[in-house]
Design a protein. Sequence first.
Length: 402
Amino acid sequence: MSLKILHTSDWHIGKQLLKIDFNEDMDLFFNWLIQTIESEAINILLMSGDLFDQANPSQAALTQYYQFLKRMIPLDCKIIITGGNHDSPHVLNAPKELLHFLDIEVIGGAPETVSELFIPIEKNEEKVVVAAVPFLRDKDIRKSAPGESYEDKMEQIKEGLKAYFDTVNIYYSEHYQEFNYVVMAHLYAQGALTSESEREIQIGNQAGIEAAIFSEAPDYVALGHIHKPQIVDFPHIRYSGSPISLSFSERLDRKQVVILDIQNGKLNTETLEIPVFRRLVTFEGTLAAVKEQIANYQHQSPLTDLAELIVKEENENIQTIRELDDLLSRDTENGLDIVKGKLEFVNKILGTSSFMGEGENVSDFKPEQLFEKRLDLEENIVNRSDLVNAFKEIMEKIYDAK
């Protein structure tokens, strides 16, 4: 007998992409996940943050979450869920005490003491303790000071993260040294490959931590926050990635979960690929080439696939613009829904701008990108970087307040 753990993260329940709702995608993932937990005899399910896509999830998103938990109850599988930067600790923790009686542990935000992070489990003659560390916000790891510089703040955040995980490791060594040790965390580790669907990470990624801060104490570090599955610097430190593609930049990712197998005190890992429920595809080239790609597309997914078009032509002309607009307004065909388009001309008529389908949509951009676009309109700005950093700090405080 062995003890088996499944590591997943970044479900983003309630996610929409260009007004396309991913609730059907998540239902299919949950079906597959439950079947996998049964077939692989999984004892513990770890969900490392970003359970929801919004801090205040819709009623539909909450219902989908609770329906999944209800289906899990008969499986004799302990569930441990931590909050991510998209999650509200208050929302996640609201049913915490009730869920505890159902063998579901939720840690939405950093508790008062690190002891509250530790969840010991003894099963099948194996012992494992999970340090369920959620996304650590600014207030959890440092004290701000008036007049501090941006660089000072970034350095303090890095030092605060290191000090926090040092404290976690010390607590493990003093109380659970005879247990296998798994750490959950939701953060950006330097060197990890990101996608466009991740929110600005701790003010422009500049506070990314080195994977070495976890030390060699944990047998495994179950990371969340980055949507591309990957190992970071050390074989035992890994992002499971999101279970479905959440943006077109993730269209080539092979989504997966990680399975940990503990036998005779030794931990081994393997990955299990998640089926593709909906493909995200990009068609690129001249308008004629793109039309041909659409016509020849072979749909093989359970759900309607989503397409973005990137059309590149030599000379600007109104007919090309109209034809692209016609493509974008078409109903679903070949199992394909065209949801995004961009048109680029090498030789543009003076005074005109490039087009993005029917025009750029504000929802396609992050707040930071929109702010920088606004700055582009000003000719005499000399402190641009300071303004951008200040805006990012404001946005971070808004996210933290949620």
